[in-house]
Design a protein around this ligand. Structure first.
Ligand SMILES: C[S@@+](CC[C@H](N)C(=O)[O-])C[C@H]1O[C@@H](n2cnc3c(N)ncnc32)[C@H](O)[C@@H]1O
Length: 279
């Protein structure tokens, strides 16, 4: 039987873009049309649907939440790697961990768009190197359930270990054998102090936090101004009054200057007494 091919019309692109926006807050650029067509074609084939419009109807009618989650998992951009933007890890190592450890224990860190886990595990390695295996807790969350499951597993292709500094690789990573040949695994002692869950940052955090440090890196770039503000207000509500918010090097928070003080490029602290409206 011939493999069916599909044509994503402009109208269908808009329809699925709106649906994805309502689920995630991310507004896909027009340039993402062929990416959407390619990624969703596999699902259409699996569900034996004829058009992308039929798929949009299918997602909207899905009461279980499975198909909505799959759409989010399929259309989010999850690129990540260990020790990405090294300057932030140097800051943790040289300034933030020494400062915070004199203030409280455990030090709590939230990697708020953690993708498949390299960011929270890089943070965890810095903390373990300084404090040992206790006295800290790393929380990772992402809207993509698929990537959160990967983070929980803590198993990665061996090539990804190249970015982990050698002494951390030796101390905190294990080489996979047998069924995990060609992979490496984050050691159990590190994973024990890391927890993960699926979370949409468009929602106000409830039931977790407050955190000493929040990493929100390489995520805001996918959002428009209104959604960026909502996310930052939500994030700040889970930050301790003397905590730190760290964003990616291409992400400035000028719009939040009424309640966030830039202590250095990409690093912010709440302004004491500032009123933050709910996101
Ligand atoms: C490019 S990755 C960045 C990962 C990591 N922070 C880093 O810098 O390497 C962006 C992540 O943001 C997540 N994301 C997108 N929209 C989100 C939302 N509304 N709530 C939570 N996470 C979201 C995506 O699923 C993706 O894993």
């Amino acid at each position: 039987m011939a493999t069916p091919s599909y044509n994503l019309t402009d109208r269908e692109f808009q329809e699925i873009r709106d649906l994805f926006f309502s689920l995630s807050g991310v507004l896909l650029a027009d340039t993402k049309k062929s990416l959407m067509a390619g990624r969703l074609a596999k699902i259409l084939r699996e569900l034996q649907l004829d058009t992308y419009h039929d798929y949009a109807d299918y997602v909207r009618a899905d009461k279980s939440g499975f198909e909505k989650q799959r759409l989010v998992d399929t259309l989010t951009t999850n690129e990540t790697y260990f020790f990405r933007e090294e300057a932030h890890f140097e800051l943790l190592r040289k300034e933030l961990i020494p400062e915070l450890k004199s203030r409280r224990s455990p030090i709590t860190v939230w990697s708020a768009a953690c993708s498949s886990g390299p960011e929270p595990y890089s943070i965890a390695m810095e903390l373990a190197n300084h404090l040992g295996y206790s006295g800290w807790q790393v929380t990772g969350s992402d809207i993509s359930q698929k990537t959160v499951t990967m983070a929980e597993n803590g198993v990665y292709p061996l090539e990804m270990a190249e970015r982990v500094p050698e002494h951390y690789r030796k101390k905190y990573c294990l080489k996979g054998v047998r069924s995990q040949e060609g992979k490496f695994i984050i050691k159990g002692e590190i994973r024990n102090s890391c927890q993960f869950f699926t979370w949409n940052l468009m929602k106000r955090p409830v039931g977790f936090g407050p955190f000493d440090i929040i990493f929100l890196r390489n995520m805001l770039i996918y959002f428009n101004a209104t959604e960026k503000e909502t996310i930052i207000r939500n994030i700040v509500s889970a930050l301790r009054p003397d905590g730190y918010l760290i964003v990616g090097h291409s992400e400035a928070l000028n719009f939040a200057q009424a309640y966030l003080n830039k202590v250095k490029p990409t690093v912010y602290q709440p302004i004491q007494g500032a009123v933050i409206q709910a996101g």
